[in-house]
Design a protein around this ligand. Structure first.
Ligand code: TYM
Length: 331
């Protein structure tokens, strides 16, 4: 069976972007692939969370994985820091990743711009830790959103470089995966860019948001005064609202508002109301499941423990082989 790995950082609650860009595929892939889905708590250390926030977020993401339908009987669910072999492989990969390529990485450049006061080495080597996550289980498919494409390209570079340096074909090339034709980018509500946990208040709709909050966020979404010429191209903020409609609403709803837009008789208030209601319906099953699972501490702990055991088994085997290839072995 083909091997699949993916993870989500424990930096807050999960939003529609995480679900539609990544987790929706996790749920499907667990039926036909050998899957490892983890919570990337080590990656989230780059922004220095408090110990309490970090631990709480790991638990929340675990609950949200389960609420979304990831089944511990079908997939291995674990916390990244429970498998220290990953960090050892990260160290080896850091020896073959170069400053220039790490500095050129788009996500690094973006972080330098957004948090100039905290440009740490963990941010720079984020892609090598991610490569370690993937290569430790020999995954070939990695279900992720569009923003991760470059990290996958870097993972392939590291894998190929390792193979070349040690004259082996040990690591396989992993590729970003989506069941659709293209990787997904879910827009946010703030008029530009993607939906993100750290993009600012009101930009993201979280799976656990209560209906009233969703209504409030969507009604405040950036729009404009409306088209003045029939069939005119949609400005980014409006195109984003239509993309969201496409993702959570019925096709007829999309067509209805699209026709109204093209005929210059659209009322954004009506469109936002409909979008909010469709988002509420879409997220309802998650909210309910999250509430149920949050009360079951023992089950959550059991899932994490069993997942750590299964993931460690695969990771230990890889690491023993990597050490052997590199020449780190007993006399
Ligand atoms: P994170 O937490 O930023 O995102 C987790 C997943 O959600 C996707 N995603 C989106 N997809 C579409 N539209 C959006 N607006 C949107 N926002 C987030 C991301 O593409 C991602 O798939 N670096 C990873 C975590 C990670 C990882 C790995 C993933 C660490 N190691 C190994 C795969 C394999 C990340 O961005 O997490």
């Amino acid at each position: 069976m083909e091997i699949v790995v993916s993870g989500i950082r424990s930096t807050g609650n999960l939003h529609l972007g995480n679900y539609l860009g990544a987790m929706k595929n996790f749920v499907k892939m667990q039926e036909t692939h050998s899957c490892y889905f983890f919570i990337a708590d080590l990656h989230s250390l780059t922004t220095h969370p408090t110990p309490g926030d970090l631990h709480g977020n790991v638990k929340n993401v675990l609950i949200e994985y389960l609420a979304a339908g990831i089944d511990p009987e079908k997939a291995t669910i674990y916390v990244q820091s429970d498998v220290p072999e990953v960090t050892e492989l990260y160290l080896y990969l850091n020896m073959i990743s170069y400053l220039g390529e790490l500095e050129r990485c788009t996500s690094f450049k973006e972080k330098v711009r957004k948090q100039p006061e905290n440009v740490n080495a963990g941010l720079l080597t984020y892609p090598t830790l991610m490569a370690a996550d993937i290569l430790i289980h020999h995954a070939t498919k990695v279900p992720v959103g569009k923003d991760q494409e470059q990290h996958l390209e870097m993972t392939r570079n590291f894998a190929n470089r390792f193979n070349f340096l040690y004259k082996t074909d040990y690591f396989k090339e992993p590729f970003a995966f989506n069941f659709g034709t293209e990787l997904v980018k879910v827009p946010g509500l703030d008029g530009g860019g993607k939906m993100g946990k750290s993009e600012g208040e009101g930009n993201a709709v979280f799976l656990r948001d209560e209906p009233e909050l969703i209504r409030k966020k969507v009604m405040r979404a950036v729009s404009d005064s409306g088209p003045t010429v029939p069939n005119q191209e949609k400005p980014e903020a409006i195109a984003n609202l239509f993309t969201l409609l496409q993702l959570v609403s019925a096709p007829e709803t999309y067509d209805h508002f699209n026709e109204a837009y093209n005929a210059c008789r659209i009322r954004y208030g009506d469109m936002k109301k409909q979008l909010a209601e469709d988002m509420i319906t879409f997220t309802a099953p998650f909210r309910e499941k999250i509430r149920e699972l949050s009360a079951d501490e023992a089950y959550i702990r059991q899932v994490a423990e069993e997942g750590a055991m299964k993931a460690s088994e695969s990771a230990r085997k890889t690491l023993a082989e990597v050490r052997e290839i590199i020449g780190i072995k007993p006399f």
